[in-house]
Design a protein around this ligand. Structure first.
Ligand code: TYM
Length: 332
């Protein structure tokens, strides 16, 4: 059987350069070798306050972004999490074998619940269990993600191993596929902070839909480090981030770029960086806008994806139901 890959993205806003360089970009070549499942994880979005009137639109935008970067609906199963009810069902079973202690250690939970531990939604606490269900349902071997998801993948491995040893071999124990470069793209206005969809600072994030003028303006205003040399290193977190972005779009290594920009100031470097980013994003942006012109077609592709996903997910649930002693699945 061909090995599988699963990954997901929350429909919380326009995907940005971090999502692209840390994750989506790597999802495309995996289509050559693996059976690929890419999911718009709409149930995860309900773990923090959301706007019901905008949610459906955000989901369609998420799908458009994936197709725009090169995820091919004829090769990958692209679907909405909420259209495969097995995700929520398996999440419940895994919640019952998950432990308070291990969930309390999750960095994302600690960060997002800061200052509101008692009033934060319980869904945010069990968020990583739903994420484990997403992957385990498809018996995926690989989970291509950015660095911020590493701990969640560790947890899903622990849950899979615990379930297998309690109830018999059921789940493939998945591995994180985290790229060497680009796994943690930082905010343009603060190199100590991850580039993030939830940022309220407009100049911190480059969205995949930003036009050329906006990309250039944001890069021009990006913070730099003290000194004037275009070099990477621990003393130069802002330049390291900008050089990483340059390198991923241009193909040259960071040492090659340091050589190319030796003697140039930050200004010239930023002008060149804006050019490579604009050129790199141009086809994605154009394709995205074209796809968004036909939301009916995007919804049709998502429904097709859901039908394919449900087949696989239900197959796993038949085994899970038997293993845990719930017996035959209704309708099986
Ligand atoms: P999400 O929606 O926050 O992000 C989607 C993907 O983008 C990566 N990413 C980044 N990579 C590099 N630099 C950044 N600044 C950056 N910001 C985001 C993320 O690592 C991710 O790969 N919990 C997940 C969604 C999810 C999931 C899953 C992922 C739900 N179920 C199952 C994999 C498998 C999340 O919130 O991603």
């Amino acid at each position: 059987m061909q090995k599988r890959v699963f990954s997901g993205v929350q429909p919380t806003g326009t995907p940005h350069l971090g999502n692209y360089l840390g994750a989506f970009r790597n999802w495309v070549p995996l289509q050559e070798e693996y059976e690929t499942f890419y999911c718009i994880v709409d149930l995860h979005t309900l773990t923090l306050p959301w706007d019901p009137a905008a949610l459906n639109q955000r989901i369609v935008e998420g799908a458009a972004a994936l197709f725009a970067v090169g995820v091919d609906p004829s090769r990958s199963v692209v679907f909405r999490q909420s259209h495969a009810p097995q995700h929520a069902e398996l999440a419940w079973i895994l919640t019952c074998i998950g432990r308070m202690g291990e969930l309390r250690r999750m960095i994302q939970f600690k960060e997002k619940s800061k200052g509101a531990a008692e009033s934060i939604g319980a869904g945010l606490f069990t968020y990583p269990v739903l994420q484990a269900a997403d992957v385990l349902l498809y018996q995926a071997h690989g989970v291509p993600v950015g660095e911020d998801q590493r701990q969640h993948i560790e947890l899903m491995r622990d849950l899979a191993i615990r379930f297998n040893s309690a109830f018999g071999e059921t789940f493939v124990v998945p591995e994180a596929y985290i790229p060497k470069a680009g796994a943690r793209i930082m905010a343009l206005d603060d190199p100590t902070d991850k580039m993030s969809k939830s940022s309220v600072r407009p100049n911190s994030v480059i969205n995949l839909t930003d036009d050329a003028a906006l990309v250039a303006k944001k890069i021009k205003s990006a913070v730099t480090d003290s000194g004037s040399e275009v070099v990477a290193g621990p003393e130069k977190p802002a330049l390291t981030n900008l050089l990483t972005i340059f390198s991923l779009f241009d193909g040259a290594t960071i040492p090659q770029l340091e050589e190319r920009f030796a003697g140039s100031g930050y200004g010239d470097f930023k002008t060149a960086l804006a050019e490579v980013v604009v050129e790199g994003l141009r086809p994605i942006r154009e394709r995205y806008l074209e796809l968004m012109g036909d939301p009916g077609e995007l919804n049709r592709l998502l429904s097709e994806g859901a039908a394919a996903a449900v087949k696989v997910a239900e197959g796993t649930m038949v085994t899970v139901w038997e293993r845990v002693g719930l017996g035959a699945r209704p309708g099986a």
